[in-house]
Design a protein around this ligand. Structure first.
Ligand code: F6R
Length: 242
């Protein structure tokens, strides 16, 4: 694991964008695994700025997102599909047909998971997987206790995750209880992984991820076994890591 300890959210975002930019420049047809949530927004803004300056070209890039809420359509402003269009895709020259997100309205979620796994395989796998981390150590929506061997699967979100994500909804009751998430197996098959974290709320999860035992109780701890993981986190998030 390579760990970059940076000062704050802005520095984390710039460093993450540097790494993603290098990937895009060195392999213009990269498959990027992308995340939603608050953490990557700054990095996405940086990527947009670099695209506008003419330094990045997304025309050959393919993207696969980690997860989507079940029950929200791609047009729903609270869906991750909408989040991605708003925070990245609509501002760069990625081709819409090259962006993939699980279908939150699939009539058969299990079938949708199988289709998504097949899609990732057909794309040749993920070159660089961007990850945030939940306060409880989740990556994607692989919640504590979930089996490491799973590929894309329907998940029931924990109360902790529902509470943490309520800020994107008008009330906690509105947060969907179920989602589709790529599994730990999909994440571990990515060629490179970039995990970003900011703020004290992530400190315990990050400490357990880096220094603790490898256990499904802390899903991100499995990353210790991946041979190409970079963590970019600010001082607050790394406060417990010596
Ligand atoms: C989002 C995702 C989640 C988030 C995590 C952290 O696609 O898969 O694992 O990365 O919940 O969320 P934020 O960044 O909002 O703290």
């Amino acid at each position: 694991m390579r760990i970059y300890r940076v000062k704050n959210y802005d520095a984390m975002s710039r460093q993450a964008a540097n790494i993603i930019s290098a990937q895009i420049i060195l392999k213009p047809d990269s498959v990027l695994g992308l995340a939603t949530g608050s953490t990557p927004i700054g990095a996405y803004r940086q990527l947009i700025d670099r695209y506008r300056m003419g330094d990045l070209d997304f025309s050959g890039i393919r993207s696969v997102n980690l997860d989507e809420y079940l029950g929200l359509s791609a047009d729903d402003p609270r869906s991750y599909a909408c989040f991605m269009r708003k925070n990245l895709f609509d501002a760069i020259n990625i081709k819409p047909e090259n962006t993939f997100i699980p279908d939150g309205c699939a009539t058969d979620p299990t079938e949708e998971c199988a289709r998504y796994n097949q899609l990732i395989r057909a794309l040749g796998g993920i070159d660089l997987q961007l990850l945030g981390i939940g306060n409880n150590g989740h990556i994607g929506f692989n919640e504590p206790g979930d089996c490491f061997a799973k590929e894309t699967h329907p998940v029931r979100l924990t109360e902790n995750t529902i509470a943490a994500n309520a800020r994107f909804f008008s009330s906690v009751e509105e947060v969907p209880k179920y989602a589709i998430s790529t599994g730990i197996k999909n994440i571990m098959q990515a060629k490179r992984i970039l995990l970003i974290a900011s703020g004290t709320a992530k400190a315990e999860a990050l400490f357990s991820t880096i220094c603790g035992p490898i256990t499904p109780a802390v899903p991100a701890s499995i990353l210790q076994l991946h041979e190409n993981v970079t963590i970019v986190a600010d001082e607050a998030a790394l406060a417990l890591v010596p």
